[in-house]
Design a protein around this ligand. Structure first.
Ligand code: SF4
Length: 292
């Protein structure tokens, strides 16, 4: 029997970037992708206007679908890479796009110190509470008891609280969004990028394939929007109260917003020019005399 398939394969319609995402149909990453592109458009960015550093994970695959100058870092190492770019050229907007496992798990140490330093980068976290790319292991923000391939009896640890962590470690702009509300999320990303200092946009992103618990419906039943009538983002105590709203009702919007000198603002060596514009003396005779 001739089993040759003569059907013409369906070729996905390319996006305007030239590549079509490989994410599962219905994945929350699509909403975040749309919001990031909308934010870049609102900011009048061209591909070379900013540097974007991606982590590893389903979120990191956006590296192939976003037309921007970018770098795909090692797992957990997107933030130190982004900080390195920022210190080299502190006039360049720098954005890190990462997942919750990448940022709060493997890269948790870097996250804490990026907050402390008030490094002027924007960190956009796809928080799906599971490792999707590696087919469904438990992630740092998974709810207690979540059963995954790596925890068939349910996870014992309590989840990492990204908002409380960022708040107590010195982040100066903290927002939380939902991939199912693209317009609201776009506005949060624009405000995060425009903020001078470390900004976090933690995004609830349903993983429709490996996390049946925190679905679109689960979030829609719980999230509510913050505005000037129900929250003051300048008040750290109120922000901490919002950060502890984790399951029954969950806030989205700007949770904290304050001013503090950035890391590069505090370096006198960078006051007159960027590091990449600073000429390097080739005369090392003084050093040689000192050390030899
Ligand atoms: Fe999205 Fe989950 Fe599929 Fe990854 S595994 S593309 S996070 S739905």
């Amino acid at each position: 029997m001739n089993t040759t398939n003569t059907t013409t394969p369906t070729i996905p319609t390319p996006s305007f970037d030239g590549y079509f995402p490989t994410w599962c149909p219905g994945c929350g990453n699509f909403g975040i992708w749309a919001a990031i592109k909308g934010a870049f458009k609102a900011l009048n960015y061209t591909p070379e206007s900013a540097a974007v550093v991606f982590g590893i994970g389903c979120s990191g695959n956006m590296n192939d679908f976003l037309w921007v100058d970018s770098f795909h870092a090692l797992h957990g190492r997107a933030l130190p890479t982004a900080i390195g770019v920022k210190i080299a050229n502190h006039n360049l907007p720098v954005i890190a796009i990462v997942g919750d496992g990448d940022c709060y798990g493997e890269g948790g140490n870097h996250f804490i110190h990026a907050c402390r330093g008030n490094h002027d980068i924007t960190v956009i976290v796809h928080d799906n509470r599971v490792y999707g790319l590696t087919t469904g292991q438990v992630a740092p923000t998974a709810l207690k008891g979540f059963k995954a391939k790596s925890t068939p009896a349910g996870i014992i640890e309590v989840p990492v609280n990204p908002i409380a962590l960022a708040l107590t470690q010195g982040a100066t702009f903290i927002a939380q969004g939902f991939s199912g509300d693209i317009n609201h999320l776009t506005d949060l990303i624009v405000k995060g990028v425009n903020h001078k200092g470390f900004s976090l946009v933690n995004i609830f992103q349903p993983c429709v394939t490996f996390n049946p618990i925190t679905s679109y419906g689960w979030y829609r039943e719980r999230i509510y929007k913050l505005d000037q009538t129900n929250h003051d983002p300048k008040d750290m105590t109120k922000a901490l109260t919002r950060a502890m709203e984790l399951e029954e009702k969950i806030p989205i919007g700007i949770i904290y917003d304050t001013d503090r000198p950035t890391y590069t603002d505090s370096l006198p060596q960078l006051q007159n020019s960027t590091l990449i514009d600073t000429s390097i003396s080739t005369d090392i005779s003084g050093l040689r005399e000192e050390f030899i």
